[in-house]
Design a binder for this molecule. Structure first.
Ligand code: BTN
Length: 272
């Protein structure tokens, strides 16, 4: 163990213990580094990726002081929940990033289902809901060279044993904690390992058969598809029915006037 200075808290320098090298997980593919407190597991892993950390490096933190979600929203990160980032160096083009997000959502949904017996619903593009409330969000951030992905960081936040509402009110969708939904506390390490194992099997399958498998797997789960939705993009608001994913993983919404619109960004709300 050694100590590194990562940040300042309330004007005071603080240091946190860091494993010099990660510890292999049960699959042997991932190398996990654990922290008590970080700014954001994505930010720290990005730094390691820039320094050449290998594929399979994972950062897990007990809490984050600047946890982030999509569109730079705050991800409230009290103790008791899972905050994890995974580094990949996939041989995929940059346009495949959304499909990797969808694949990660499938892996997280599998893990949640396996450890809790709850039935998750996927909300395009990166949310996992239980009974309409958000329990998990995924933040994929990539580094590109020309049109290829140099590396990809998949940040996964799961509200496991602590309801985040007691710690803030910055929520676009009503949040929930898995423990409340299934009526018992859950072992964080078990969920973490189940998620990593599930992720690895989806990732290997995608590398073997192609990333279209992400579209198949995502579409096979209960999801935004076939639901009435309201979508707020940076340009406009559309209400209609989510009818399909295109080959890149973008959402196709049939608007009230019958026109099909390809949604490439924005916030989706389920209306049915
Ligand atoms: C979202 O719902 O918009 C995505 C939320 C992603 C949160 C996770 S927690 C671990 C990782 N570190 C971060 O700062 N963000 C992701």
């Amino acid at each position: 163990m050694f100590f590194i200075r990562l940040s300042q808290l309330n004007g005071m320098n603080y240091t946190i213990p860091q494993m010099k090298t990660g510890r292999k997980d049960k699959t042997g593919f991932f190398s996990v580094r654990r922290f008590r407190e970080l700014t954001s597991t994505n930010d720290v892993l990005k730094k390691l990726a820039e320094e050449g950390a290998p594929e399979g490096t994972v950062i897990v933190a007990q809490t984050q002081t600047r946890g982030r979600g999509r569109m730079d929203r705050t991800w409230i990160s009290p103790r008791g929940n899972l905050y994890m980032s995974v580094l990949l160096r996939p041989d995929f083009p940059a346009k495949d990033m959304l499909k990797l997000t969808l694949l990660s959502a499938c892996a997280a949904a599998d893990a949640i289902e396996k450890t809790t017996a709850l039935k998750p619903t996927l909300k395009w593009p990166n949310d996992i809901l239980i009974r309409g409330k958000k329990v998990c969000g995924i933040l994929c951030e990539g580094s590109f060279a020309k049109n290829a992905l140099q590396y990809l960081i998949i940040g996964i936040g799961v509200n496991v044993n602590t309801h985040p509402k007691a710690y803030g009110n910055a929520f676009l969708i009503e949040p929930a904690a898995l423990a409340d939904e299934c009526g018992k506390k859950l072992p964080l390490r078990l969920l973490e390992q189940t998620l990593l194992s599930s992720f690895l099997s989806h990732y290997r399958d995608a590398k073997k058969r192609g990333l279209f498998t992400a579209l198949e797997k995502w579409s096979a789960r209960p999801s935004t598809l076939h639901k009435e939705v309201r979508v707020k993009t940076s340009l406009r608001e559309i209400t209609g029915k989510a009818v399909d994913l295109d080959a890149n993983g973008f959402l196709i919404v049939q608007a009230k006037d019958g026109k099909k619109v390809r949604i490439m960004e924005g916030d989706v709300a389920h209306l049915s």
